[in-house]
Write a protein that binds this ligand. Structure first.
Ligand SMILES: [Zn+2]
Ligand SMILES: [Zn+2]
Length: 926
């Protein structure tokens, strides 16, 4: 029986192999269930937050996917009908930009290409490159159902988008109107508030004098001063506003002003929104270019004058400035104002400027006609889904809980949702404008004539829908909505609502909130399979939301391209293997705690994988050795939790009890999203209990060639293999590759399933077991003897007697396990005494005192030579450290943890030096 395992653990080939196998064999496919299949288990559904087709995997994805994969694998192994559903998002603005950049490099533009050809071009791009991020996921072993992979522009999903739009329109929940939007002059589209990033910017505040007019329309010689950070918007001013009780301006009530440069007369308006404390207390009102001014304009029925075109140039409403770019116009306007003596002052001013999240162009608040979703009653339903009902139940539960408040806060102050984008790539709005009657026809099927007047002169709306409108529908649309019919509803019935959404805080409002609104709204109209109406709890898109933390760098700094501290997960995976990276993330992941990603930790977990590899080699070597002597482990003994016979040796009873306790604790931790606890519990079990203790002890029992001990050896070997097999299953969701490899090797070509991922997750019962207490005492005793040996400088090889003073009731614990203690603590005799011999160094524990009998023989000249050499080495080390720590240039550049490490090392070397010097002076003269 060969159990061929290469000598060294090398994750690269092994992981490539299994990743490819899992996809090829479709191991994680979750087919549409037959109705009422009781054997299928309760569903456990997770929708992958679809990455943009333009995306590349970053550390945030890696964490998010590790968490989802651990949970899905764990639930699948626990008997649930687990479905993790992958897909990609067409990402309107990002993808359009990507292809536009390509066109520019080819010397053309999308406008030159025309809409149809451009959209075809984007599809081309998507066919060639759009799968890159999912290929990365495949390599990382994500246990998703690849047969269900979707793309948000797929035909069936596009049907859902169209149905949702038409239905909301029919319900009076979609309207078209003029509104101030965040406009990106580069992308030439409206963008949502959430897509605007604000940067602090040092600019100016210009103070401009507006002439007060006499009742007959002539300049009175008096001025009112207004201040602005965007002087070019004054071209669209329609009023000056003041607070009604501002004593400085009481005499101006009812007056008019002359708008400089444009010559227009504009009125004064009184509004309590104006703060007398801010600036001069008088503000210019530009409803078409500022959201506050827009609201003020609505209150006072003022006109709106839009002075900018979609590219950020002044339009023909801008008089002499028409045609100028917004910043060129600004310059010219300031110059002109100065020449006319109307510039009262310029002040330095720091303000927050909004940039387009995609292209970083400064966003222009601008009035434009857009499509909106009337947010009520959608929002109320989405609030009810998260708030506890009268019995205290929540249809959707947030982890960490704090996000429930964040969500509700935002939802309670939500505005109507602008869903139109002036892009070409996306779901085109299914609305047609009539040239004859100017009404709009919204339809499920492309109309030929106007629904109002019958004219054939109709053209489709050019806007497309906000990408989040389609991704907000995913939880219903991926399971077949809107066509949920009697013979086409098995998926919807089985998998909706989904169980869990794992996502980042950054898209809580963008996506999570919108899925809740749209999911609750549309699913409520889908009756249950038995025809009964669907409750709110059954309409929600997911029952739980887990908001994962941020992955930061080792210094807890946010990763950013500008700082250059971005860790590329694919690079780390190449060096240490996927399993080690996954384990690193899991070992630090708990609700609400950011992760400081440190490669040193990953190196540690690669060593962990290596330790398990070596344990497997040791085990296989013994299995093979035993087999040669006719001792085999019955495969039927594997696959369930082992039990140890009452008369089995301590280490067998103990490791089995430990295994049970570990499994119970791991299940409990995963139930609470404590990936960190789960990972650390398994780590301690595998490394500490299994490798460091159990394997060392079990070596005592594996005496296959001793015929008298054949039964004992066989029993020990069986327990060893059983425990190892369960441990692999326990670890599998965390390190799927390593465990798959070793599990297949363990079954030596005849595994009971196609994958360890399709076996059962160990369930343990943590019961108090006498073996745990007995082993704890034995471990304590061995630990104290080892510590004592170190203290008194016993040579590594030396085997010594010990003296033990121990309570009578615990004495059998030691006596029964003499062989273990002798082997692991290098003891050749245990002397039970009433009192330890005076003068011996001793250690005390709660139930015993122990001393090691060891007399050191020293070769004085050799020892002097050794110590002298050590001292030289330490002094050199200290000098080198002093040089580095004294180097300003080095200190300025080195990361904090490197400097810390160096300082720690220096302190340790100093300590060793002092010890060596003391030992040298304590040597007797030779
Ligand atoms: Zn932009
Ligand atoms: Zn018409």
């Amino acid at each position: 029986m060969p159990h061929d395992l290469p000598k060294a653990y090398d994750p690269t080939d092994l992981e490539d192999h299994w990743a490819e196998y899992w996809v090829r064999e479709n191991l994680f496919a979750q087919p549409t269930p037959a109705a009422d299949d009781p054997a299928a288990g309760a569903p456990y559904t997770i929708l992958l937050p679809p990455p943009n087709v333009t995306g590349r995997l970053h550390m945030g994805h890696m964490l998010n996917q590790t968490e989802m994969d651990i949970l899905t694998r764990w639930r699948r192994m626990s008997g649930r009908r687990a479905l993790w559903l992958p897909g990609t998002d067409h990402a309107g603005i990002a993808t359009q930009m990507m292809v536009e950049r390509q066109l520019v490099s080819e010397g053309t533009t999308r406008q030159a290409l025309g809409r149809e050809a451009f959209v075809e071009r984007v599809w081309d791009w998507r066919r060639h490159y759009g799968g890159a991020i999912l290929d990365q996921m495949k390599r990382l072993g994500a246990s998703v159902d690849w047969q269900r992979e979707y793309f948000t522009m797929d035909d069936n999903l596009s049907v859902a988008v169209r149905e949702a739009f038409v239905r909301l329109h029919e319900q009076g929940l979609i309207y078209r109107g003029a509104y101030i939007v965040n406009w990106c002059p580069r992308c030439q589209t409206a963008i949502s508030d959430l897509e605007v990033v604000y940067d602090e910017h040092r600019g100016h505040l210009w103070e401009i004098r507006y002439s007060v007019l006499d009742p007959d329309g002539r300049d009175s010689g008096e001025y009112i001063t207004v201040a602005t950070t965007r002087p070019e918007t004054m071209l669209g001013d329609v009023a000056v506003a003041i607070h009604p009780e501002d004593p400085r301006y009481l005499h101006l009530h009812g007056k008019k002003f002359r708008l400089p440069l444009m010559g227009r007369e504009i009125p004064i308006v009184l509004d309590e929104w104006v703060s007398p404390e801010f600036g001069t207390g008088a503000v210019k009102v530009t409803p078409a270019h500022d959201p506050n001014d827009f609201a003020l304009g609505e209150r006072h029925h003022l006109p709106s004058i839009n002075v900018m075109d979609p590219t950020g140039h002044i339009n023909d409403q801008g008089g002499p400035y028409a045609g100028l770019d917004r910043y060129a116009a600004r310059k010219k306007i300031i110059q002109d104002l100065e020449e006319q003596g109307l510039l009262a002052g310029v002040k330095d001013h720091t303000n927050n400027i909004g940039h387009c999240d995609r292209c970083k162009t400064v966003v222009e608040p601008r009035l434009s006609t857009q499509w909106f979703v009337k947010i009520q009653p959608l929002a109320d339903k989405a609030i009810a889904a998260v708030k506890p009902d009268e019995r205290g139940n929540k249809a959707i539960r947030f982890t960490p809980e704090q996000y429930e408040k964040t969500y509700l806060n935002w939802m309670e102050n939500i505005h109507d949702w602008c869903i139109s984008r002036q892009l070409w790539w996306g779901h085109r709005i299914p609305a047609w404008h009539c040239e004859a009657c100017h009404k709009i026809t919204v339809a499920r099927v492309d109309p030929i004539v106007c629904a109002h007047c019958g004219s054939a002169q109709i053209t489709q709306e050019t806007d497309v829908l906000d990408t989040w409108f389609s991704s907000g529908l995913l939880p219903v649309s991926v399971f077949g909505w809107p066509h949920i019919t009697a013979d086409n509803r098995a998926d919807f019935d089985a998998f909706y609502p989904t169980s869990l959404l794992v996502t980042g805080f950054d898209i809580l409002f963008f996506w999570v909130a919108r899925m809740i609104m749209l999911g609750c709204w549309f699913a409520q109209d889908v009756p249950e399979a038995d025809g009964s109406p669907r409750t709110l709890a059954r309409s929600v898109p997911f029952k739980e939301v887990y908001i994962h933390a941020l992955v930061r760098d080792a210094n807890r700094e946010k990763m950013s391209k500008t700082k250059g501290n971005v860790v590329d997960p694919i690079e780390i995976v190449k060096t240490y293997g996927t399993d080690a990276v996954r384990f690193t993330l899991a070992s630090m992941a708990s609700p609400g705690t950011d992760i400081a990603f440190n490669v040193a930790r990953t190196e540690g977990y690669r060593a962990f994988a290596n330790k398990i590899w070596n344990a497997a080699r040791f085990l296989f070597m013994n299995v093979d050795r035993a087999a040669e002597l006719g001792i085999t482990v019955d495969p039927a003994a594997l696959g369930s939790m082992p039990a140890a016979a009452e008369d089995a040796p301590l280490e067998s009873r103990w490791i089995v009890a430990e295994l049970h306790a570990t499994a119970a604790r791991v299940n409990q931790a995963l139930e609470n999203y404590r990936y960190d606890d789960a990972a650390n519990i398994i780590y301690q079990f595998f490394w500490g209990s299994f490798c460091d203790w159990y394997l060392e002890i079990v070596k005592l029992r594996l005496n296959f060639d001793d015929l008298a001990k054949k039964a004992e050896s066989a029993a020990a070997l069986t327990t060893l293999v059983q425990v190892f097999e369960v441990s692999l299953r326990l670890l599998s969701p965390f390190m799927p590759f390593l465990t798959e490899e070793l599990w297949h090797a363990l079954y030596d070509g005849n595994p009971p399933a196609k994958s360890i991922a399709l076996t059962q997750y160990p369930l343990g019962t943590a019961t108090p077991d006498q073996a745990l207490a007995e082993m704890a005492l034995v471990q304590d005793l061995i630990g104290e003897v080892r510590a004592l040996r170190k203290e008194i400088g016993a040579e590594e090889k030396a085997v010594t007697p010990i003296e033990v003073r121990i309570n009578e009731q615990f004495r059998p614990f030691v006596q029964r396990n003499t062989a273990i203690i002798e082997r692991l603590a290098r003891v050749d005799e245990i002397r039970y005494v009433a009192d330890l011999t005076a003068g011996l160094a001793k250690h005390s524990a709660a139930t015993f005192d122990v001393a090691v009998l060891y007399e050191r023989t020293i070769d004085v000249p050799a020892e002097r030579a050794r110590l002298t050499k050590d001292i030289e080495k330490f002094e050199k080390g200290l000098a080198a450290a002093a040089r580095q720590l004294g180097n300003e240039g080095f200190l300025a550049k080195a990361p904090a943890q490197v400097v810390e490490g160096l300082k720690k090392q220096e302190a340790e070397t100093r300590l060793l030096l002092e010890k060596a010097q003391a030992a040298l002076s304590a040597l007797p003269p030779s």
